[in-house]
Design a protein around this ligand. Structure first.
Ligand code: SAM
Ligand code: DTB
Ligand code: SF4
Length: 328
C-alpha cells in the first residue's frame, strides 16, 4: 500500500509592515476632510487599538522653576521675559515624594517632573536621579523633562528608574526659528536620539496656536509620525498665553483646528498615547469631549501644569464621569 506523503505546509511568516512614511501633504489632506469624516476615521483607528473609554492620567510637578536661559517665546519660565514667575532651586526628595503620593492617591499613574533648564549639569542629573528612584519606588511611572541631554545622561536617568523622557519638538521645522532662537530644531532631535538610544520611552509633542499655518501643523505631526519608531507618548499642547511672553496676544486658534490636530496625531500614530495637554482650561468641556472622540487618551491631571493652571482634579473626575470614561 502506498504511503501518503504528508506535506507540512508552514504558514508564511507574517509580513513585517514597513513603517509608513507620511508626507506633509497627506496629513494636510486629513485636516481638509469634513470634520465629521476626520473624526470618524480617527475614532475608527482609536477603537482598533485602545479601549475608547480609557484615559491615562499624568501629573506634572515643576521641580525647578523659572530663570531658564532659553528664550522660548511661549514660555513663562524663560529669564528673558518678565512674567512674574519666581525662580526656585531644585526641590528636595521629601517635598517631591509628598506631591507624588498625593498624585497617586488622586488616581494618577504617571508622575512627570519638569525643570526649567537649558540642559542639566552632572550634579543635577545625580540629584534628579534620586528623585526618580524615590517616585518609582511608590509604584508610579516616571517621566522627566530637563532640557537637552549630554553623553551618558539618558543612561544615568534610565538606571535611576526613568520610564519616559519628555522633550517636545514644539512646532514645524520651518517655524522653529520664529519660536526659539537659543537652540536649533536639530538640537531637539539629538536629545531625542539619546533618549531612544538609552532605551527610555519617548514623550514628544508640540504646541499649536502659536501663529503657525495649517501646513505647519501638518508638518509638526509628520515629524512626529515619521520618527522611527514614533514616540510612545505625544502631548499636544494648546498655547497657554502668558502675559509678558512674546506670544501673548497671538490670535487664538479655532478650537476645531485643535481637535483636527488631535485626530491627525491619532490617525498617523495609531498606538501612541495622544495627550490632551496644556490649554484645557481655555478649551472647555465640550471641546475636550471632541478631543477624546478624536483619539486623545491621556491628560495632565492635577490643579497645576508647571506654573500655570489646569482644571481641578474634582472637575476632571466629574468630566470623566459625565462622559462615561475612566482612568486607564
Ligand atoms: N526646559 C525643558 C524643555 O524645554 O525641554 C522642560 C520644560 S518645558 C516647560 C516643557 C514643554 O512645555 C515645552 O517644550 C513646551 O512644549 C511646553 N510649554 C511651555 N510653555 C507652554 C505654554 N505657555 N503653553 C503650552 N505649552 C507650553
Ligand atoms: C508638555 O508637553 N506640556 C507640559 C509638559 N510637557 C512638561 C508643560 C506645559 C506647560 C504649560 C505652561 C506652564 O505651566 O509652564
Ligand atoms: Fe526653558 Fe523649557 Fe521654558 Fe524653553 S520651554 S524657556 S527650555 S523651561
Amino acid at each position: 500500500m502506498q504511503q501518503a506523503t504528508i506535506q507540512i505546509v508552514r504558514p508564511a511568516s507574517p509580513p513585517v509592515a514597513a513603517p509608513q512614511r507620511w508626507e506633509v501633504a497627506q496629513i494636510e489632506a486629513l485636516f481638509e476632510l469634513p470634520f465629521n469624516e476626520l473624526l470618524y476615521q480617527a475614532q475608527t483607528v482609536h477603537r482598533a487599538n485602545f479601549d475608547p473609554a480609557e484615559v491615562q492620567l499624568s501629573t506634572l510637578l515643576s521641580i525647578k522653576t523659572g530663570g531658564c536661559a532659553e528664550n522660548c517665546t511661549y514660555c513663562p519660565q524663560s529669564s528673558a521675559y518678565d512674567t512674574g514667575v519666581e525662580a526656585t532651586a531644585l526641590m528636595k526628595v521629601d517635598a517631591v515624594l509628598e506631591a507624588a503620593r498625593a498624585a497617586q492617591a488622586a488616581g494618577a499613574t504617571r508622575f512627570c517632573m519638569g525643570a526649567a533648564w537649558r540642559s542639566p549639569k552632572e550634579r543635577d542629573i545625580e540629584k534628579v536621579s534620586a528623585l526618580i528612584s524615590a517616585v518609582k519606588g511608590l509604584g508610579l511611572e516616571t517621566c522627566a523633562t530637563l532640557g537637552m541631554l549630554g553623553d551618558g545622561q539618558a543612561e544615568a536617568l534610565r538606571d535611576a528608574g526613568l520610564d519616559y523622557y519628555n522633550h517636545n519638538i514644539d512646532t514645524a521645522p520651518d517655524k522653529y526659528a520664529d519660536i526659539v532662537q537659543t537652540r536649533q530644531f536639530e538640537d531637539r532631535l539629538d536629545t531625542l536620539q539619546r533618549v531612544r538610544g538609552a532605551g527610555v520611552k519617548v514623550c514628544c509633542g508640540g504646541i499649536v496656536g502659536m501663529g503657525e499655518s495649517r501646513t505647519q501643523r501638518a508638518a509638526l505631526i509628520a515629524e512626529l509620525a515619521n520618527m522611527e519608531p514614533y514616540p510612545e507618548s505625544v502631548p499636544i499642547n494648546h498655547l497657554v498665553q502668558v502675559e509678558g511672553t512674546p506670544l501673548h496676544g497671538t490670535e487664538v486658534l479655532d478650537p476645531f483646528e485643535f481637535v483636527r490636530t488631535i485626530a491627525a496625531a491619532r490617525i498617523t500614530m495609531p498606538h501612541t498615547r495622544v495627550r490632551l495637554s496644556a490649554g484645557r482650561q481655555a478649551l472647555g468641556e465640550a471641546v475636550q469631549a471632541l478631543c477624546f472622540m478624536a483619539g486623545a487618551n491621556s491628560i495632565f491631571y492635577g490643579d497645576k501644569l508647571l506654573v500655570t493652571g489646569n482644571p481641578d482634579v474634582t472637575a476632571d473626575q466629574a468630566l470623566l464621569q459625565k462622559l462615561g470614561m475612566r482612568a486607564a
